[in-house]
Write a protein that binds this ligand. Structure first.
Ligand code: UT7
Length: 337
């Protein structure tokens, strides 16, 4: 059988979230906001905040360890590691390399980061799938891990109420079975709108200086209204295009797992697709927007709650800084052990 015929499926999934919960009530003692405003405008009630020294590579390694344990595998079984993050531990080396060492993965495997902000996990899945279908890699860890609390301006009420920290991982594996696992995909970007959601300082264009720190250039800035508009349009369109590409109707999709940014965005996307919110599971209320970690966190919860079952069609869709977006249709596959 030629390797081009291999399918790639999610064999196991695991997450890790920091212990510390930051509630809306606590946030309203820090900035001029209220539990009611945050809940009605975003659907968020609390988010997790990483402890000092608890970095994306640490959270990602814990999520990945849990994933391997659920798969009944060890770090030695992994052939490739891809990490999606917009809050890497350090500018270089990659968070993937740091995670490789912490998890004790083999020393000879490729490890790298994908930078596509909140769409990072969907991008990383597609990169992994294409590398694996070549036959060179049998098992891949894809990890989405973020410490957004480190780039949020805690005096800016328009952004600080939205974001949280956490990590999620999947173990991808190849199989000769047909029509299972990652079926179809669509990725896109529009760098002309980069300034709508960005961090201006700290990179090589504007290295950190005393002035840049004073001016808050190292913080995330967002034009929330514009991002909201783009998010609804692009996420709905991406779902429609992937479904058309795979010749699948939205009625056949058991679960939609969108990037968890704002409950009103999810409602608007569901309404554009004419799909009930009962097929859009969400954990936004408890975690807020965790960027590249949000889809694996929501996917794991839907699986653990017994919602996602063997054979279900699941459509994941994301949108984020870049601007970037992506959608993947998959058929959930649980091989007999
Ligand atoms: O991961 C992808 C990236 N992120 C997103 O997808 C986020 C997309 N955007 C959003 O989710 C929403 O635009 C927000 C939740 C950020 C804001 O909701 P909105 O309904 O677009 O509110 P707004 O920005 O139009 O602000 C309405 C009012 C303003 O006051 P005025 O000008 O009407 O007097 C804001 O100053 O609400 C005010 N406001 C707040 N009030 C209390 C903004 N933030 C807060 C706050 N608490 N935290």
């Amino acid at each position: 059988m030629s390797s081009a015929e291999l399918s790639v499926f999610i064999r196991a999934i695991g997450v890790h979230t920091p212990e510390r919960k930051l509630t809306n009530a606590e946030l309203s003692t820090m900035v001029d906001t209220s539990d009611e405003w945050i809940k009605t405008r975003s659907g968020i009630a609390e988010r997790r905040i990483a402890a000092p020294g608890e970095n994306p590579s640490d959270m990602g390694a814990k999520a990945a360890a849990k994933t391997l344990e659920r798969a009944g595998l060890t770090p030695a079984d992994v052939d490739l590691l891809i990490v999606a993050t917009m809050t890497s531990d350090v500018p270089f080396p990659s968070t993937a390399c740091l995670l490789q060492a912490k998890l004790g993965l083999r020393r000879d495997i490729p490890c790298f980061d994908v930078s596509a902000a909140c769409s990072g996990f969907v991008y990383a899945l597609q990169v992994a799938k294409d590398m694996m279908r070549s036959g060179a890699y049998r098992r891949t860890l894809v990890v989405g891990t973020e410490k957004l609390s480190s780039v949020v301006d805690w005096s800016d009420r328009t952004t600080c109420v939205l974001f949280g920290d956490g990590a999620g991982a999947v173990l991808l594996e190849t199989t000769p079975e047909k029509n299972v696992g990652l079926l179809g995909n669509l990725l896109g970007a529009d760098g002309n709108n980069a300034e709508l959601l960005h961090c201006a300082g700290g990179g090589s264009a504007a290295p950190a200086t005393a002035d840049s720190l004073r001016d808050g250039k190292h913080f995330l800035r967002m034009n929330g209204k514009e991002v909201f508009r783009h998010a609804v349009r692009v996420m709905a369109e991406s779902c429609e295009r992937v479904l058309a590409k795979c010749d699948v109707k939205s009625e056949q999709v058991a679960w939609f797992i969108p990037h968890q940014a704002n409950s009103r965005i999810l409602e608007a996307v569901a309404s554009q697709l004419n799909v009930g919110m009962d097929r859009f599971p969400s954990n936004l209320e408890r975690y807020g927007n965790t960027s590249a970690a949000s889809i694996p966190l929501a996917l794991e919860e839907a699986w653990k709650d017994g919602k996602i079952k063997h054979g279900d069609l699941v459509l994941i869709v994301a949108f984020g800084a870049g601007l970037t977006w992506g959608a993947t249709l998959l058929r959930w596959h649980e091989p007999p052990h």
